[in-house]
Design a protein around this ligand. Structure first.
Ligand SMILES: [Zn+2]
Length: 382
């Protein structure tokens, strides 16, 4: 068998659903050809290989490249001043009156050029990449008018050309879905923030109907601050994912289970906002709803550029197991983006996106803080 690259002697966490838990293969080998996984399995089963390049992993752990399936990475300005004000005792309304809050980010994003948006997002993207992220979702939503939303989406697409990383774009819809953006191929999915302080169920349903008419999958910021029936509404539209879910009830979770909608948990926002009520993890588990974990990287509620820290918070704050945190940033995150056929597990035929770690136990990935154990990151076989 002729391949471009061959890695041998690794502990492979395949995340293959056909295997139990993390799908571990001890003393495993993995081969890449044309960017895809050409062969994977225990070394003893490996056919004769002729590889252009071969590397010994010396027992290192290999996982699928990490997938950050919920970010607002492209935005203008910073909200550090607001953080300062909050710590000085100012309330939400006072901060808003002083020009803070989400509208501050909207103003800064509207006044930024596409080049400026790309330049300011790059360090955040690089931080995620340095920890093994190979695919990232990026939402628009800070324009609230067409030109800026398009600029954010174009900026997000450009980031994918500047770095070796897969980028999925999501239009975080306002009142209407711009057909211009869909026509320009700038959208992979449509999202909304359904909440008492944002968009209603009726408005969200209208947006989702427009998305459906354009053949675009939907996602939803659901039940973060109150139980508004977001999980059920997302499920009704066959959403790829419903995200946050702190206040979702059993009926909503059951509807997600029936629809195959992924629960994307965002512990960074929970932590940064000092929220008290965690999402219903036991219920999600009991009803077998797939659980993903993401950074929710955004300037207001989750200024987090570390997916490994999100994994740690998922474990410490939401009591996710080690297997759940790792599956949550690989297989289930890929599922939440509708990309599981291409990425998210180590299986023959998928893109060869790998994170190779200087660790022996999988638990070390969410466990250690402030030390980056990534040895090597492979995107599409290179
Ligand atoms: Zn979000």
């Amino acid at each position: 068998m002729h391949v471009d690259r061959l890695w041998t002697g690794g502990r492979l966490a395949t995340l293959d659903a056909a295997r139990p838990g993390l799908g571990l293969i001890e003393d495993g080998a993995i081969a890449a050809r044309d960017g895809r996984i050409a062969w994977i399995g225990p070394a003893r089963d490996m056919p004769a290989m002729e590889a252009e390049q071969q590397e010994a992993l010396e027992g290192r752990l290999v996982t699928p490249g990490l997938v950050d399936c919920h970010t607002h990475l492209v935005f203008g300005g910073s909200r550090a001043r607001e953080f300062e004000q909050r710590l000085a005792g100012l309330g939400y309304e006072e901060i808003a009156r002083a020009g803070g809050g989400i509208l501050a980010t909207v103003a800064a994003t509207r006044s930024a050029t596409e080049d400026e948006l790309v330049a300011s997002a790059l360090p955040r993207l690089d931080a995620l990449i340095a920890e093994g992220v190979t695919t990232i979702e990026i939402k628009s939503g800070y324009g609230l008018e067409l030109a800026t939303e398009m600029r954010q989406l174009r900026g997000a697409r450009r980031l994918g050309g500047l770095r070796r990383v897969g980028v999925c774009t999501t239009f975080l819809g306002a009142h209407a879905l711009p057909p211009e953006a869909a026509g320009a191929g700038l959208l992979d999915a449509v999202d909304a923030f359904m909440e008492g302080i944002a968009f209603s169920a009726a408005q969200t349903a209208r947006l989702f109907q427009a998305a459906r008419a354009l053949g675009l999958p939907v996602k939803l910021h659901a039940d973060q601050l109150s139980n508004g029936g977001g999980a059920a509404l997302a499920a009704r539209f066959g959403a790829l994912s419903a995200d946050h879910l702190e206040y979702s009830d059993e009926a909503g979770v059951a509807a997600m289970a029936r629809a195959g909608t992924v629960a994307v948990l965002l512990p960074g926002a929970f932590y940064f906002l000092g929220a008290q009520r965690p999402p219903p993890v036991a219920l999600l588990r009991a009803l077998r709803v797939p659980i993903a974990v993401a950074t929710d990287c955004n300037p207001g509620s989750s200024p987090l550029c570390s997916l490994r820290l999100a994994m740690n918070m998922g474990a410490t704050l939401f009591r996710l197991t080690i297997a759940e945190t790792i599956a949550g940033v690989t297989r289930e995150a890929a599922r939440a983006l509708g990309r599981l056929a291409e990425i998210g597990t180590l299986e023959r035929g998928k893109w060869c996106d790998l994170a190779i770690w200087n660790v022996e136990r999988p638990a070390e990935l969410p466990y250690v803080l402030g030390l980056n154990p990534l040895a090597q990151r492979i995107w599409r076989g290179a």
